[in-house]
Design a protein around this ligand. Structure first.
Ligand code: PRP
Length: 207
């Protein structure tokens, strides 16, 4: 189905400001003004483009199902969830890393027969520890992951690190980087098949 307007799903949360800044700076000028409100759909005034403000994990579902033609998503979330989408471009923001961390002075977790790993990324954590030959149990959490090993819920965490301030404030040691992540533009495969030139033209204006 061809829509009159392009539909772009943007993540709320960590990459929200950077995403809006990126598109706003590309002459999609109405975005910043209205984004301060509670509206979840922003209509660009100059171009036939609508932006949906969506929880970052849900951007994949919108684009995969074709409710949005394009979306912005971190590589970390993309690899964790295996969405069936095209990835036409790397975007110049959202830099962070997915790392293993543990409480200062508690390196003995490596000797445990089963390591408890608190994370929002159970798949990537399992793949990483499997490669290292460790037996683990993942505890899936939704936020404030750093508290888990401090309260005895887990031995280590696998979580995003950006500035490192949260790790430092909670006396956690970054042990190893699992993945270097940043934002990606994602695209619905059917939209690409049906509206190829319009989408490529739009992507061209972004770079
Ligand atoms: C992310 C991540 C870390 C923090 C890292 O959390 O899960 O907690 O940012 O950033 P830093 O290295 O710059 O300190 P987010 O703010 O998305 O909130 P959450 O804990 O609710 O997931």
């Amino acid at each position: 189905m061809k829509n009159d307007r392009l539909r772009v799903a943007l993540p709320k949360g960590r990459m929200s400001d950077e995403s809006l800044d990126f598109f706003s700076s590309r002459d999609l000028s109405s975005l910043k003004q209205t984004a301060d409100g509670r509206e979840l759909i922003l209509h660009d005034a100059k171009h036939p483009v609508d932006f949906y403000l969506i929880r970052s994990k849900d951007v994949g579902a919108y684009v995969e199902q074709g409710a949005a033609d394009l979306g912005v998503m971190g590589l970390d979330v993309l690899l964790e969830h295996d969405f069936d989408v095209f990835i036409p471009a790397k975007l110049p923001f959202g830099d962070c890393r997915l790392s293993v961390a543990y409480p200062e002075g508690k390196l003995d977790w490596q000797k445990k027969s089963e390591i408890r790993v608190a994370t929002k990324y159970p798949k990537l954590a399992r793949e990483y520890f499997f490669r290292r030959g460790f037996n683990i149990r993942t505890i899936e959490l939704y936020g404030s992951i750093e508290i888990a090993p401090l309260t005895g819920l887990s031995d280590v965490i696998v979580d995003l690190v950006s500035t490192g301030a949260t790790l430092k404030a909670n006396h956690l040691v970054e042990e190893e980087i699992i993945l270097e992540s940043s934002a990606r533009l994602i695209m619905n495969p059917s939209s690409f098949a049906l509206q190829r030139s319009r989408l490529m033209q739009f992507i061209d204006t972004l770079f």
